[in-house]
Design a protein around this ligand. Sequence first.
Ligand code: 13P
Length: 255
Amino acid sequence: MDKSKRAAVIAGNWKMNMTPSQTTAFINELAPKVAGLDGCKVVLCVPFVDIAPAVEAAKGTNIEIGAENIHWEAKGAYTGEISGAMLSECGVKYVIVGHSERRQYFGETDVTVNARVKAGLANGLKVILCVGETLTEREQGVTYETVARQTKIALLGVSAEELKNVIIAYEPVWAIGTGKTATAEQAEEVCAAIRGVLADIYCEKCAEATTIQYGGSMNAKNAEELLSMKNIDGGLIGGASLKSDDFTVIVKAAQ
Ligand code: 13P
């Protein structure tokens, strides 16, 4: 299967940015700019309180809305968490799981990431599963081991059928928010390795059909080169997703 048969997905990860009113204004501004750009899926993953206004503003556009996290339990005493039913009832279609900021600052482990992936899938959401090595791991030469371990554990108990609703985002931690992008070759190498891991644990065809994004300082200038690589099917964009013109350039680069 060649790359053109895989869904290209450009997703913004707003992190802890934008209030509800800013959300509405941003989507009203972005929607006409990306209208008709149907060569890739356009997704904005937004903070929980921005979901309702985002879904409302995105009605009738080609923009889909995602969340930035999901809890594994259906409900209960989990202060500060959010359930899959809450997200899907609000019109969320995607959810980011295992972002390095969650792993780094909020104690997420491969095991909790696995539980959250399964909750997303069980609730009919498309899961954007983030994996990536730290600078130390890269310098110590364990990049592949790291992303392979993260991928394998995150997907424990996920069937080949369910894998169709999983997108993998390769985000080298050292490239996030630093302005330091992986070179297209570095990103391609690791994305290809992740596809190899999927072939090992599922099958060649399953691996070929899975969308793999690059994330980490992807911007209006470097998107085209990164997206031209054989194994890079999209991007997970932080900073540049907060500027409608820059985000539009990235969406255009994925056409
Ligand atoms: P930046 O694009 O700001 O580096 O963030 C990338 C990211 O973490 C997306 O999830």
